[in-house]
Design a protein. Sequence first.
Length: 290
Amino acid sequence: MPKLRISAARGALVISQGDFMIERHIADAMNAAHWHDHIELNYLLEGQMTYLFNGRQEQVEAGRLVLFWAAIPHRTIAVTPNAPLVCLYLPLVDFLGLPIDRGVRQAIMQGRFFADARAYAADAILLPQWAEDWQFGDAAERQLIVDEVKLRIRRFVLDAPIGDHSATRQSSALGASAAIRRAETLTDLIHARYSEPVSLPMLARLAGMHPATANTIFRNVLGISVNEYLTRYRLARAMQQLAETETPILQIAYDCGFGSSSRFYDIFKRRTGTTPRVFRSSLGRDGKTD
């Protein structure tokens, strides 16, 4: 798997799939949306900022950790001047390996933007220290940071306002590890073939599984079906194209595997509460090529 890389492209940040990373910088409004297949955590030390995430505006306050699946294109549209921000990027496969509540995991994968239910005073000290230690620490120190971040996410999920938190504590670590690997195989296939007319039987066959087994494993690990993940991933890729390109909406619908513009519009409206055209306009695109 390639190393995590951050680069500028058409005014947007593009972060490739890869390893864990943590950084501290001054938050700023983005010229365009960006996306990457990590679970992202943000912590503002001062000020406020507003995200455009999944077609909706989300407010981020200082002292309150937020968490979301960054495969959904997102963009900061308003930021308090000189607001210091700590960002953490946890690879999706590492997140899936955490023994956390399935209901919360499902909500995250379906595009929910979570803010910590309560502020932890220790975060204001610990997260900047993680960022500094990550920059200058050795391999052992970095591994310790990753382990500490995973524990912090587990605490975050315990405070989330949905789900029965006792459900996943009884799972076998060995069994969960095997299931995660098989679920990762399915997600890798979806990432590679989402633009094609794929189906659950086809994906299961390519992964060497029975369709029912594939769907059961996927639900146990991600909390959603294979088809739901495929729809969510297609939608995330479509939102990225709407945010970053002038490609006509009809072409985006086909490029992202929706099969028709009517199906694309229907799914987009139901999932985001707006239309592809309005979403593109909200990002400063005039939509003339639609």
